[in-house]
Ligand binder design. Structure first.
Ligand code: ADP
Ligand SMILES: Nc1ncnc2c1ncn2[C@H]1C[C@H](O)[C@@H](COP(=O)(O)O)O1
Length: 222
């Protein structure tokens, strides 16, 4: 019996992992997918044709990058829908608009017309049958300096060269964003409370909390 069966998590569940850059989403996605025998939906960073350019010149590439991410995430959403669920998704589509696009618009590195075009496109795309909300959003949080340390260690040059002020601002925005998020149920996990790299067996406790949360929200919906 795998952990999904042990804790009664539906085989068609969709769990999305959210949190700031470097917090540990991909690591969590892999661990949960293995534990639950679910498929994964990852952000593809290495093949993204805009990401490097974006970090070099936010103003020039913000719009291109957001449209690219939106298309990629929508394709993934469609794939999840076609398989009938059973997925762990690395980053939610809500963060693209609620964190990244908004942050660059507010900072003046995405112009107002582009921002309006992007948000119109986003609203039109997510309001389709291909866009069921996830059953649960697992939100990873932790001290910003620890997270910056992980970004430095991971070694993506474009992120290492980005001023720390960018990560501080993003971290603060994430806090505000999650406190107001209500598109689906949320399970908050602090990165100081588990370490899946040193102690992979801790995934079971996380699965248990996911199952409990899902059961509670199903009861509430009945
Ligand atoms: N528990 C942990 N302790 C230390 N480093 C970690 C831990 N979990 C993840 N990392 C490392 O932190 C970096 C960022 O993790 P990752 O899962 O890629 O984050 P994200 O997908 O949120 O950007 C990676 O180099 C990863 O190996
Ligand atoms: N919507 C986005 N806008 C700008 N940058 C983004 C967006 N989504 C992801 N990113 C960046 C942030 C990181 O540099 C990489 C991958 O993110 P990660 O949190 O490490 O999975 O893409």
């Amino acid at each position: 019996m795998n952990l999904r069966e042990k804790y009664g998590i539906p085989a068609n569940a969709v769990v999305t992992i959210a949190g700031t850059v470097g917090v540990g989403k991909s690591t969590m996605t892999k661990a949960l997918a293995e534990a639950l025998q679910f498929r994964t939906s990852f952000e593809k960073v290495d093949t993204n044709p805009y990401l490097d350019k974006f970090y070099e010149d936010f103003e020039k590439w913000s719009f291109h990058l957001q449209v690219y991410f939106l298309a990629e995430r929508f394709k993934e959403q469609k794939r999840i829908f076609e398989y009938g669920g059973g997925f762990i998704q690395d980053r939610s589509i809500y963060e693209d608009t609620g964190i990244f696009a908004k942050m660059h618009y507010d900072k003046g590195t995405m112009n107002p017309t582009d921002y309006e075009t992007y948000t119109n496109l986003f609203d039109a795309m997510v309001m389709t049958p291909y866009f069921p909300h996830p059953d649960l959003l697992v939100y990873l949080e932790g001290p910003v300096d620890d997270i910056i340390g992980r970004i430095q260690e991971r070694g993506r040059a474009m992120e290492q060269q980005t001023p720390h002020a960018y990560w501080y601002e993003m971290h603060e925005r994430y806090e505000n964003w999650i406190n107001n998020f209500n598109a689906c149920p949320v399970l908050r996990l602090n990165i100081n409370d588990y370490d899946l790299m040193a102690n992979p067996e801790q995934v079971e406790g996380i699965v248990e909390r996911i199952a409990y949360m899902m059961e509670q929200t199903l009861h509430l919906r009945k």
